[in-house]
Design a protein around this ligand. Structure first.
Ligand SMILES: Cc1cc2nc3c(=O)[nH]c(=O)nc-3n(C[C@H](O)[C@H](O)[C@H](O)COP(=O)(O)O)c2cc1C
Length: 312
């Protein structure tokens, strides 16, 4: 699996610039880190929170790809130009977000139902900018039959790469990914392809690579949140402790306020807890904790008293 290029999936609110840079430093940089989506705004380029994610000095030493969520070509092109001036070579278009608020505005995976508008949008953005544009897509909104048509549309444009999360918008994350749809992409797409979806463990990655031996790039999200050393760097207890402590200090140093920092760390623990054997009692304590001092104690005890699960 050495020939495979690994990408860290964008995860809004979790794979922040602090997280990305510490992940790269402790486990070694993955081939690409996708920055959670930004949207074009009327009166300014970025919200403060978005700018922090995008600033080149916050993404030093990694290949970072900003992601844009919109269905307005003009806004996309404007934002892509700003990003180019900041030094980015590549941007990614979000055609996968399943959230109701996004989809009801025909953005993210909601745009996949409007194939004519999407075609026009792609025509405009590919002729309106000279940046590399990759696409991260689901296979449709509610009808898997549409995917063939979407692939025909993508084939008309010079996509840098096509990242496929083979679920419908209406699947959210519940329905299992649909390998037959990914196979269709493999057969039909003329673009470099990247698979994304439910690669939670080494054995799942190996099984996927056996089923799809031609793959040379994989995007992973939640699997890396559970085990940040899943594909590079090997997660020992010491390395996990270093990663965790640097992340906590990184957030505390950003003036977010103790409550917000705790919130961020607690959200991360909903994933990380699965790295530890027999950790149910700690899961509950970490969910309920309200004070930083108690939080530190719980984590210290967990790390002292529990082992990492053997790698799967
Ligand atoms: C909390 C959370 C936030 C996410 N935010 C984004 C996002 O900003 N942009 C995006 O394209 N996908 C986003 N996703 C989807 C992931 O990038 C990825 O496609 C999904 O988790 C499936 O991959 P996985 O099974 O390896 O986690 C998010 C997923 C989660 C769980």
């Amino acid at each position: 699996m050495d020939r495979i290029r690994y990408y860290f999936a964008p995860m809004e609110g979790i794979t922040t610039w602090v997280y990305r840079s510490i992940h790269a430093s402790v486990f070694g940089p993955l081939d690409k880190y996708f920055i959670p989506f930004v949207e074009p705004h009327e009166k300014r380029d970025f919200k403060t929170r978005e700018l922090k994610e995008i600033l080149p000095e916050h993404n030093e030493g990694i290949y970072a790809v900003p992601q844009i969520l919109t269905n307005q070509a003009e806004g996309f092109i404007r934002l892509a130009h700003v990003l180019k001036e900041m030094g980015y070579e590549e941007v990614n278009l979000n055609l996968g977000c399943p959230s109701k608020t996004v989809v009801s505005k025909h953005k993210g995976a909601g745009f996949l139902a409007l194939t004519e508008e999407l075609d026009r949008f792609l025509d405009n953005i590919y002729s309106g900018t000279d940046m590399k544009i990759s696409v991260k897509t689901r296979i449709g909104k509610d009808d898997p039959e549409v995917f063939g048509k979407l692939l025909d549309i993508y084939n008309q444009y010079p996509l840098e790469e096509l990242i496929v999360h083979p679920r419908l918008q209406t699947d959210y994350y519940k329905h299992a990914p649909r390998p037959e749809a990914y196979r269709e992409a493999r057969e039909k797409s003329r673009h470099p392809l990247c698979y994304n979806g439910d690669l939670f463990t080494g054995s799942r990655i190996r099984a996927f690579c056996k089923a799809f031996p031609a793959e040379d790039r994989l995007m992973i999200g939640r699997g890396l949140l559970v085990n940040p050393g899943l594909v590079k760097g090997v997660c020992t207890k010491d390395r996990f402790r270093e990663f965790h402590d640097r992340l906590l200090e990184g957030y505390l140093g950003r003036d977010l306020g103790e409550v917000n920092v705790l919130c961020k760390m607690k959200e991360l623990w909903t994933y990380q807890i699965h790295l530890f054997s027999d950790a149910k009692p700690y899961e509950k304590k970490l969910r309920k904790v309200q004070k930083l001092s108690e939080y530190r104690q719980i984590v210290a005890t967990l790390l002292r008293e529990r082992d990492l699960c053997p790698p799967l």
